[in-house]
Design a protein around this ligand. Structure first.
Ligand code: FO1
Length: 315
């Protein structure tokens, strides 16, 4: 199975899927639209969040960055008048320094990611959507912003008027993604509960993935709703939906994903919306969609896997 994942929510379901599927049966492809150069470092936040989470190194509360972190670098940076709006923990820093050095030596982002994953003890194949740069840019009333400027420096405050995925149309899919999309290789594709516009959108904008999704005959695609009872579990998804004039519910997300998704996993709190989704021809699975802890991640993952397999059997 292929899981498409972005930030924290995606990483958590990917962790559950990794616990429920033998490693040969799962691949995780991650958004790189949030990547940026900062202080001379090559930073890939979603790749790092997924890898730290799969390796059991992620900070539980924050969701991003590492647990047991210290912040001496940030304090010294601040004392020297450096840009301190993007927090880089001392242990996390090593990863960004190493990745930047290897990219400068000419290694691809996919190769660097695979090597680092092995060193971290990540058991599941994880790759970027592409080794070619894709950058999510946020159009606001105050002009167009680079992703991290919107998300972190400005705390998602500017109203979103549009989103561009610069480079996605030209980006060559990673080898792992290409392998997953090859005929007969995939039992199902899982769209993790990441931000649809910020984390999944950049991947859907890649022609290779879009073409695969548009095939009349293809393995089932199951999406786990990132919106529960009209609110995002984490992050700005609900705000963005309101800014874009979409219904702030799984219906709004379903409008964005359209026919790419065959089955929706939604929370019991949204049971009233199930008939609307079924009216759109979607299969719907109702459950407790919130992942509070690791057992929750495994439970939800097991339900998603069974749901996807049921769609594969019944077409
Ligand atoms: N998110 C924040 O809200 N504030 C930060 O200072 C911050 C630092 C950071 C450092 C490394 C990393 O991998 C992620 C970090 N994030 C931070 C999260 C990141 O901006 C988001 O996780 C993604 O870009 C969107 O999912």
């Amino acid at each position: 199975m292929l899981a498409l994942a972005g930030g924290v929510g995606g990483a958590r379901l990917a962790h559950g899927l990794a616990r429920e599927l033998p490693s040969g049966e799962l691949a995780v492809v991650v958004n790189t639209g949030d990547d940026f150069e900062h202080l001379g470092l090559a930073i890939s936040p979603d790749l790092d969040t997924v890898m730290y989470t799969l390796a059991g190194l992620a900070d539980r509360a924050r969701g991003w960055g590492r647990a047991d972190e210290s912040w001496h670098f940030m304090q010294a940076l601040r004392d020297l008048g450096g840009d301190d709006w993007f927090n880089l923990g001392d242990r996390d820093l090593a990863l960004h320094v190493l990745r930047g050095e290897r990219l400068r030596q000419g290694q691809s982002l996919e190769t660097v990611t695979a090597d680092i994953g092995i060193r971290m003890g990540v058991q599941v194949p994880v790759a970027p959507m592409s080794s070619h740069p894709v950058r999510t840019r946020i159009q606001t009333d105050a002009g167009e912003l680079a992703f991290q400027d919107y998300f972190v420096r400005l705390h998602c405050e500017p109203a979103v008027r549009g989103i561009r995925y610069v480079g996605a149309a030209e980006a060559q899919p990673s080898a792992l993604l290409t392998e997953c999309l090859a005929p007969g290789n995939l039992a199902a594709l899982i769209v993790c509960p990441s931000n649809p516009w910020l984390s999944i959108g950049p991947m859907l904008a890649m022609p290779a993935l879009d073409a695969w999704l548009q095939q009349p005959e293809r393995p089932p695609v199951v999406a786990v709703s990132p919106i529960i009872a009209g609110a995002a579990v984490k992050g700005p998804a609900a705000r963005i939906m309101a800014d874009l004039g979409l219904p702030v519910s799984v219906i709004g997300v379903s409008e964005f994903y359209g026919d790419r998704v065959d089955g929706w996993v939604i929370d019991h709190a949204d049971a009233a919306l199930a008939p609307v989704l079924r009216g759109q021809g979607k299969a719907v699975y109702l459950t407790d969609a919130l992942m509070r802890d690791e057992p929750d991640r495994a439970r939800l993952a097991a339900e998603v896997i069974a749901f996807a397999r049921s769609l594969a059997r019944h077409g």
